[in-house]
Design a protein around this ligand. Structure first.
Ligand SMILES: Nc1nc2c(ncn2[C@@H]2O[C@H](COP(=O)(O)OP(=O)(O)OP(=O)(O)O)[C@@H](O)[C@H]2O)c(=O)[nH]1
Length: 329
């Protein structure tokens, strides 16, 4: 009986019955053993094995096969007609074919197997090396990322400090003219909001410098800044607008409210005596409604003109200009 289906298989196949008789063999097995495809096979498979392998089969392989129905990775030596042993690996499985119990033996050259194994080991080693290189690269990337993030934090801090510095008046610690822009943003998004600006200018400040020294003049500027801060609300923005001039932005304040704040400024400065000197300020006030452009320049200009008017009218007073009638306190 032959089983043609095995002739197509790429490996060497032997089929035996339960009495260890050779039932069939495919051409690959012939080629493997005899280097010829049509060689005849012995009746019992025992004759195909070297003596040592035959004993091993009788004592181990067949008992295992009969018990488990299959055996894997058995190392045997086939007995070639020229007398030389051929090392092979064998997988055997019991099965039913054409109503007959048979055992199918698949043979692989042991040498090929060890070559495959060493190739596999080599590939595994390469993949392990690659994995470790990848891990190193990943670790390095993580470090670089951390360094980059740290640098970004430093840069952001530096940028923040720079922004604060460029928006701050170093003498008084108040915002400077540039800081006015963010104050405008603070006025709110909605147009139609009423706001006021107070321009506060120290009277006869040149005389203060000339009489008491420039340093004393600086003290006066610092103290006036504090007086104005005391008069302002949390939501107001105070900046040193230039020289001895300060600007106070009052969101949501109409003319009347701005005049009340101005009055408070006059009183606080009179009481505080900035730099230990009795002095007065002139205040120009202006009130407007915020338009869509958020442009406060026209209102600033009006407040500036109002300061000029206050000076002209004798100083130590507030003049209000703007959409409202001029008022003088
Ligand atoms: N100490 C000091 N003085 C300054 C500073 N900035 C500007 N000044 C001085 O402020 C003075 C301003 O003088 P003026 O513009 O004549 O004004 P004023 O003397 O206050 O006179 P009126 O404004 O008309 O009352 C000048 O002498 C400037 O040198 C500063 O940062 N520190």
């Amino acid at each position: 009986m032959t089983f043609d289906i095995f002739s197509e298989l790429p490996c060497a196949v032997l089929v035996t019955d339960e009495h260890e008789r050779v039932v069939s063999a495919n051409p690959n097995l012939n080629a493997l053993i005899c280097n010829a495809q049509n060689a005849l096979f012995p009746e019992f498979m025992d004759s195909l094995l070297t003596r040592a392998s035959s004993i091993f089969c009788q004592t181990h392989v067949w008992p295992l096969l009969r018990r488990n129905g299959e055996v894997h990775e058995v190392f045997l030596h086939l007995h070639r007609p020229n007398g030389s042993p051929l090392p092979v690996m064998t997988n055997i499985k019991k099965t039913l074919m054409k109503d007959q119990v048979v055992y199918i033996w698949l043979f692989f050259l042991a040498l090929e197997r060890s070559r495959f194994e060493s190739e596999l080991l080599e590939a595994r080693k390469r993949s392990e090396q690659l994995t470790s290189q990848l891990q190193d690269a990943h670790e390095r990337l993580r470090e670089l990322n951390a360094q980059l993030e740290a640098r970004m934090v430093v840069t952001e801090d530096a940028n923040r400090s720079l922004t604060i510095l460029t928006n701050t008046d170093s003498l008084t610690g108040l915002g400077n003219r540039r800081a006015l822009e963010s104050a405008v943003a603070k006025l709110g998004q909605e147009s139609d909001a009423t706001f006021s600006i107070l321009m506060v200018d120290i009277d006869h400040f040149k005389t203060v410098n000339d009489t008491y020294s420039h340093d004393r003049g600086d003290d006066v500027l610092r103290d006036v800044g504090q007086c104005l801060q005391a008069a302002a609300r949390q939501s107001d923005t105070l900046v040193r607008y230039g020289g001895e001039e300060f600007a106070l932005i009052l969101p949501n304040s109409d003319a009347e409210q701005s005049l009340r704040v101005a009055q408070r400024v006059h009183e606080i400065i009179a009481t505080a005596r900035p730099g230990g000197i009795a002095l007065t300020v002139s205040i120009g006030a202006a009130t407007a409604k915020l338009d869509k452009s958020h442009d406060i320049q026209p209102t600033l200009k009006q407040a500036d003109e109002a300061v000029y008017a206050a000076k002209h009218q004798g100083r130590n007073r507030t003049v209000h200009r703007g959409s409202w009638n001029s008022t003088s306190l």
